[in-house]
Design a protein around this ligand. Structure first.
Ligand SMILES: [Zn+2]
Ligand SMILES: [Zn+2]
Length: 313
């Protein structure tokens, strides 16, 4: 069988730019469907130098934002997309590595300071409550000053934290059912994937994970699987420059998924579309989209999308 690569691979900076402008102009028009937009696609805590922002993924379901992870830059990426921060309603954290949660507090703050009353529900593994309290303590002087001086509401009353330590139903409303499944991200045990079942579309977001067949089961039949990916030659090149290379290599190998295994998971799950995101390394511009995808394609013959910031799927 001859496979026309273009049918399986949507890639390139042009696609991302087009998607970004489309997303901006399309926001008002497409209120009644589920839209998926990658805000940040660079794995790891370092702030990227080569165009990828830290992890964050947005679903707009009936025009209501559901944000999965808040790496550094999430506020800015939402604004670039044209989503006003005071529209923020639901945030989901996959695990407590900082590339996934660094901006939770600042994002809630930014939503509050944007000006209109907000109600934000934040869901995630244990530790979230402590983190939110610590953030409000960190900005206590500013917040207390603005409440008195500018007549603002108390943001601490507008945010509800929902912690969990077991997988299962996370939340459900008329538009969507959201469930979680634990994944493999040692040494962290509280690391989760999320599944969004909306009326028109089902989307699974892997979070950070090593090869995990139970994730394939969780994603069974979904329309879209957004999966993290690690490219070994790129990692080896990166490690050459680091003093803690041996230790870091061990962590990366135990905690993330190589392209071939991402392909296996997508094939086992039987998803229609696989989106690669959370790239490790995420700021090596010499790695081509084809290099990211070729290992995946050995095992998965569905549609493969090599993610870019602000790309809509
Ligand atoms: Zn990560
Ligand atoms: Zn992680």
């Amino acid at each position: 069988m001859t496979i026309n690569r273009r049918n399986f691979l949507i890639s390139g900076a042009a696609a991302a730019v087009t998607a970004g402008s489309f997303a901006r102009s399309g926001l008002a028009q497409e209120k009644n469907r589920t839209r998926l937009i990658l805000l940040g696609t660079k794995g790891g805590p370092r702030v990227g130098e080569a165009g990828r922002s830290n992890p964050s993924t947005l679903l707009l379901i009936n025009d209501v934002p559901y944000l999965v992870d808040c790496g550094y830059g999430a506020s800015k990426q939402l604004l670039t997309l044209g989503v006003a921060l005071n529209r923020l309603r639901y945030i989901f954290i996959t695990h407590h590595h900082s590339d996934h949660n660094l901006e939770v507090g600042p994002l809630v703050y930014n939503a509050w300071i944007t000006g209109l009353p907000i109600k934000i529900d934040v869901f995630g593994p244990v530790g979230l409550q402590r983190m939110e309290r610590a953030f409000f303590a960190y900005e206590k002087f500013d917040i207390d000053t603005r409440i008195v001086d500018e007549g603002r509401e108390d943001p601490r009353k507008l945010v509800t934290i929902h912690e969990f330590s077991q997988p299962g139903l996370v939340m459900r409303n008329d538009a969507v059912k959201i469930t979680s499944r634990r994944v493999r991200h040692p040494p962290i045990t509280q690391s989760y994937a999320y599944r969004f079942d909306a009326k028109d579309r089902s989307v699974v977001i892997s979070g950070d994970t090593a090869y995990a067949p139970e994730l394939a089961q969780f994603a069974r039949g979904a329309d879209v699987l957004v999966h993290e990916v690690m490219y070994l030659p790129g990692v080896e090149a990166l490690l050459k420059r680091l003093p803690n290379a041996k230790r870091l290599r061990e962590h990366l190998m135990a905690a993330h998924t190589l392209p071939e295994d991402v392909g296996r998971i997508a094939a086992q799950a039987g998803v229609k579309t696989l989106v690669l995101s959370h790239f490790v390394p995420g700021d090596d511009a010499t790695i081509t989209d084809e290099q990211w995808a070729e290992g995946v394609r050995k095992h998965f013959d569905g549609r493969i999308i090599v993610g870019r910031d602000l790309l809509e799927i």
